[in-house]
Design a protein around this ligand. Structure first.
Ligand code: NI
Length: 175
């Protein structure tokens, strides 16, 4: 497995509408493995293909990305994921994103979602998700349409967050 290069805001690749995958083969599975490895190394709980520069409808996630207990991990690979139902109820969750390092903000999401997808072996699957898993799914599926969580914030909050990101990067360069 290899760790892939992460693309960060404001890279244009993060704003593309991704294409559906038509074939699940060993080459794609290698990419799925690499995506998951990259996600764990960078301490994320979800990663979408455009974040590693590939504009295809693929996400990986883990709602329990434990470093101490590897057997507690719950890795998932989702190809062509699609939200086919969502609850009326919404929840607020404090989200972050590997493409906007060191930043977080409260985002409103549906409490529950039902997602249809193709799995690692090329089989069709459906999952009814709530809690953290529902949040991660919505965040990552957004990425496949070029949407970032900051797009859900008010203009004022977004501007503040992007200023903080700029400051973080300046401090990071100096260090
Ligand atoms: Ni993200």
């Amino acid at each position: 497995m290899s760790v892939l290069k992460l693309y960060e805001y404001p890279d244009e690749v993060l704003r593309q509408k991704c294409e559906r995958v038509t074939k699940v083969d060993s080459e794609l599975r290698k990419f799925l493995d690499d995506m998951l490895e990259t996600m764990y190394v960078d301490k994320g709980c979800g990663l979408a293909a455009p974040q590693v520069g590939v504009t295809k409808r693929i996400i990986v996630l883990d709602s329990n990305p434990s470093d101490e207990d590897l057997s507690a991990r719950k890795p998932m690979h989702l190809i062509n994921p699609e939200i086919i139902w969502h609850s009326e109820e919404t929840v607020m969750f404090n989200e972050g994103c590997l493409s906007l390092p060191d930043q977080r903000a409260d985002v409103e999401r549906f409490e529950k979602v039902r997602v249809h997808y193709i799995d690692y072996n090329g089989n069709e699957q459906e999952i009814l998700a709530d809690d953290l898993l529902a949040i991660i799914l919505q965040h990552e599926i957004d990425h496949l349409d070029g949407v970032l969580y900051i797009d859900h914030l008010s203009r004022l909050k977004r501007t503040r967050l992007l200023k903080k990101l700029e400051k973080f990067r300046e401090d990071h360069e100096k260090a």
